[in-house]
Design a protein around this ligand. Sequence first.
Ligand code: CMC
Length: 441
Amino acid sequence: MGKDTLTVTDNRTGKSYEIPISYGTYPTYGAAIKAADLKQIKVSDDDFGLMSYDPSFGNTASCRSTITHIDGERGILRYRGYPIEQLAEQSTYLETGYLILHGELPTRSQLDAWMWEITHHTMIHESIKKFLDGFHYDAHPMGMLIGTVGALSTFYPEAKDIHDPAVRRKQVIRLMAKMPTLAAFAYRHSRGLPYAYPDNDLSYTGNLLNMLFKTTELKYAPNPVLERALDVLFILHADHEQNCSTNAMRGIGSSHADPYSALAGAAAALYGPLHGGANEQVLRMLNEIGSKDRVPAYIERVKKGEVLLMGFGHRVYKNYDPRAQIIKQVADEVFEVTGVNPLLEIALELERIALQDDYFVSRRLYPNVDFYSGIIYQAMGFPVEMFPVLFAIPRTSGWLAQWEEMLEDKEQRISRPRQVYAGPDRRDYVPMAAREAGKAA
Ligand code: CMC
C-alpha cells in the first residue's frame, strides 16, 4: 500500500493539496479525511474555503467511537467487539448494557452491584404520576415517555454537572432504572389502570412485565419464556452507533444540556416512523394488507412509490439486518407460548416476494429490526403504541454510552454543521406601503 494521504487538485486554481487519511481499528473499519482539511482549498484569500456537502450525513463520520461496529455490507453488528449473535444467546440486557457503558464485560461482583443499583432506583417521584394524570386517556405512550423523561431533569438539578463522572454515573443508573417505570406508567394511564409499582425480586424485563400487566394478583409471576424473549429483544436494540436518535443525543448533549433533556430529545427522534416508530407502522401495514393474497398488490403500490414497505431498508445495512435474523428465532419461541400471530403469514409472504423482486434486490432492501419485532410484541400482548416505547427502553444504554463518550472526547465541541447558502443575495428592506404598491402594479 502507498502513502496514507489523498492528493486533491483544485481545477479552479490548478493547485494540489495532500490531505492525511486516518483509520478506525483497521482500514476496513472506516477511513476518513478531516473535513476541516478541505478548508485550506481556496480560490482567493477571502474565500471561506471548501466544505464537504453531505445532506443527511450519508457519508460523514461525526465521531470516532469504540462502542458499536456495523459492517452493513456483510450484515455484522458488534458491541465493544462482541458479536450480537453471541450476546443474544449468552448475555442478558443488563450485562450487555454494562458492557456498552463500561467497555468490558463485568465480573460477577461488578454485575451484581450494577444490577442491585439499577433495581434500587426504579421508583419515580410520586409527582410524576400527577403529570401523567394530565394526559388525555388516548395520549400516545411515547409522547408521555418523552415528556416525563425530560421532566426528570427538574427533579435532579445536580445532573447539570455533566463534567463530574460520579454525577454522570448516578444519572446513568437512574435513567436505566426509571425508563421502564415511566414507560409502564404511561401504558397504565392509557388503559385507565392503577399504576403498578416495581418489584425488586424480579429481573429487569420481568419487572417491566409486572409493572405493565399486573392486575389483582398479590405477586406477578412473568412467563419465563416471554421474559427471556423480551430480554433478547432488548439486547438487540441496545445500541446501533450513529443513528438518528443517537445523533440527537450527542447533538443535544454537545451543548452541555443535562442527560434527561438530551435523552428526551433522542427519544423524540426515535419516535419518527422512519426510525423507532417503524415497528408500529409495520403492524399497521400488515393489518391494512389483511391477507396473504393481497401482498402482491401491496408490493405493486410500493414499487409505484405510493407507500414504503415499512420494516425494510436501512441506511447502513445493504444485507440482511443481523438483528432481524435473531428476531425470527425469538418469534418461534414466543409463538410456542402465545400461539402464532396470524400477521406472521403476511409478513413472511411480503419478505418472500420482496427478496426476489428486482425493485428491492437492486436497491439492496432487506428486512430490518422492525419488520418482525412488532409481530412478537403484539403476540406478547402489547398494543402497537407501545412498540416504540419498547425500543426506547433498551436504547437508553446506547444513548448514555454515546453521550459519555462524546463528553470525554477532546475532539468534540458543540455540534454545529455548516450550510451552503442558496437564498437571495443582499437586498434592501421594502416598507409595507411600497410592497402593497408593488403588488397592485
Ligand atoms: N420501501 C420502499 N422503497 C424503499 C424503502 C422502503 N422501505 N426504503 C428505501 N427505499 C428506496 C428509496 O425510495 C430509494 O429508491 P430510489 O433510489 O428509487 O429513490 C432507495 O430505496 C434508497 O433509499 P433511501 O431513502 O435513499 O435510503 P435511506 O438510507 O435514506 O433510508 C430508511 C433508510 C430506513 C429511512 C428507509 O429504508 C425507510 O424509510 N425504510 C422504512 C422505514 C423503516 O423500516 N425504518 C426502520 C429502520 S431500522 C431501525 C431503526 O433504525 O430505527
